[in-house]
Design a protein around this ligand. Structure first.
Ligand code: OSB
Ligand code: MG
Length: 369
C-alpha cells in the first residue's frame, strides 16, 4: 500500500552538558523527526540537520523545506514505499542529503516493522552488540577535560574522542594521554586547520592516537592526502565523505586510511551500505559517527553499525550521555564495558514516547497523500 501520511516534528532538547567543537559551543539541539504511515504501521526517522550551517550546508529549516516541498510530494506522487525506491528517485534532487536520509530512515523502520524483523537483519548485520565510544567536547580547562574523560571511562567507555582546534590540540592530547596512558584515544578537528598547520598536526603523532579526524575543510581531499603522507597516525574523514564517489576519490588519492560513516551526511542507508562495501573491498575500516541524535536516530545508527566492516569503536553512547529526557523507552544504555546491545524488536526496536516528543516539539506538520 502507498504511504498515506507523513508527519514532521521540529524538536529542541537540552544537552546534559554543553558540547563545544571548533564551530562553537551548543547547550541544546534542534532537529526533526519524521514519521511515515502505511496501513496503521508507523516508521520513524530522524533528520540530523542542525540549526546553523556549520558542520554541513544544510540547516533544520532547509531540510524541512526540502522534505515538505520536494521529498514528501515525491513519495506521494510516485507511491514510494520501499527505501531503495525512494533513494533512487530522490537522487533526482541534488545535495540535501540529511533531508533525504530523514525520510529514507523512516521508510527503513517501516519496512522492518512490516516484516517483523529488527533493522539489522534487513541490513545483513553480523553482531548483536556494538562498541561504544564517547565524543568529548572542548572544555573550559584541561583539568575539566581530564575529569570529564575520567567520568566516561568510569562508566565503561573504552574509546574516547576529543575535539581539537588551534590552541586546544597538543596540550589536550598530552593532558588526556598523560592521565590515562593505555586508553584508545582519537582527536577530531572538524576541519579547523589548513596545510599551514602541518607542524602542529604532525606533532600529534607523539600521542598514540587511533586516528585524527577531519583536520582540513570538507573539500580539501588533496591537502588531506599531502598530510597523510607526512603523518604516521591514520587520518579519518568525516565531513569530506558525502557519497560513494567522494570515498573513492579519497581512498584512491590516499586522503585517509579510515572512514567515518554518518547516515545523514551521506543521504541514507542505501548510500551508507555502498560506502561500507566499497571500503570493505579496499581494506579501509569504517566506524559509525554520530550527530548527537536522540534515541530514534541513535537506534538507527546501532543497527547500521552491526555491519562487518565497522571495525573501530563508534560515536554511539548511552542516552544519558546526551539528554536527560531522551524521547525513547527504554533509554539506550551500556550493556557491558564499552558495548551497547542492538535492540531485537521490530524495526529500530525502541519505543518513541509521544508525551516527551510533544513537550520538546517547536512545530509539527502533517501531510496526507
Ligand atoms: O564531528 O563527529 C562530529 C556532533 C555534531 C556534529 C559533528 C560531530 C559530532 C560528534 C558527536 O562528534 C558524536 C556523537 O553523536 O556521540
Ligand atoms: Mg567528526
Amino acid at each position: 500500500m502507498p504511504i498515506e501520511r507523513v508527519e514532521l516534528d521540529l524538536l529542541k532538547l537540552p544537552y546534559v552538558h554543553f558540547f563545544e567543537t571548533s564551530f562553537g559551543r551548543a547547550t541544546d539541539r534542534t532537529f526533526s523527526l519524521v514519521r511515515v504511515y502505511e496501513g496503521g504501521v508507523c516508521g520513524w526517522g530522524e533528520c540530523v540537520a542542525e540549526e546553523a550551517p556549520l558542520y554541513s550546508g544544510e540547516t533544520t529549516e532547509t531540510a524541512w523545506h526540502v522534505m515538505k516541498d520536494f521529498l514528501v510530494p515525491l513519495v506521494f506522487r510516485k507511491g514510494l514505499v520501499e527505501p531503495e525506491d525512494f533513494a533512487r528517485e530522490a537522487g533526482m534532487f541534488r545535495g540535501n542529503r540529511m533531508a533525504k536520509a530523514g525520510i529514507e530512515l523512516a521508510l527503513w523502520d517501516l519496512k522492518a516493522k512490516k516484516a517483523a524483523l529488527p533493522l539489522h537483519r534487513l541490513y545483513g548485520g553480523t553482531r548483536g552488540e556494538i562498541e561504544a565510544g564517547v565524543s568529548c567536547g572542548i572544555e573550559d580547562s584541561l583539568e575539566d577535560l581530564v575529569v570529564r574523560v575520567g567520568g566516561y571511562l568510569a562508566e565503561g567507555y573504552k574509546r574516547v574522542k576529543i575535539k581539537i582546534k588551534p590552541g586546544w590540540d597538543e596540550a589536550a592530547c598530552a593532558a588526556v594521554r598523560g592521565r590515562y596512558p593505555g586508553i584508545m584515544l582519537q582527536a577530531d578537528a572538524n576541519g579547523a586547520y589548513s596545510l599551514a598547520d602541518i607542524g602542529t598536526l604532525k606533532a600529534l603523532d607523539a600521542y598514540g592516537l587511533l586516528m585524527v579526524e577531519q583536520p582540513f575543510p570538507p573539500y580539501d581531499l588533496w591537502d588531506h592526502a599531502a598530510l597523510q603522507r607526512e603523518m604516521s597516525t591514520p587520518l579519518c574523514l568525516d565531513e569530506s565523505v558525502l557519497s560513494l564517489d567522494t570515498v573513492r576519490a579519497a581512498v584512491e588519492m590516499g586522503s585517509c586510511r579510515v572512514v567515518n560513516i554518518k547516515v545523514g551526511r551521506v543521504g541514507g542507508v542505501v548510500e551508507s551500505r555502498k560506502i561500507h562495501d566499497y571500503c570493505q573491498a579496499h581494506g579501509v575500516p569504517v566506524w559509525c559517527g554520530g550527530m548527537l541524535e536522540c534515541g530514534i536516530g541513535r537506534a538507527h545508527n546501532l543497527h547500521l553499525a552491526t555491519l562487518p566492516n565497522f571495525k573501530y569503536p563508534n560515536d554511539l553512547s548511552a542516552s544519558r550521555r546526551y539528554y536527560k529526557e531522551d524521547v525513547i523507552d527504554p533509554f539506550i544504555e551500556l550493556s557491558g564495558p564499552g558495548t551497547i546491545r542492538v535492540p531485537e524488536g521490530p524495526g529500530i526496536g525502541v519505543n518513541p514516547v509521544e508525551a516527551r516528543i510533544r513537550r520538546a516539539s517547536l512545530r509539527q506538520e502533517v501531510f496526507r497523500s
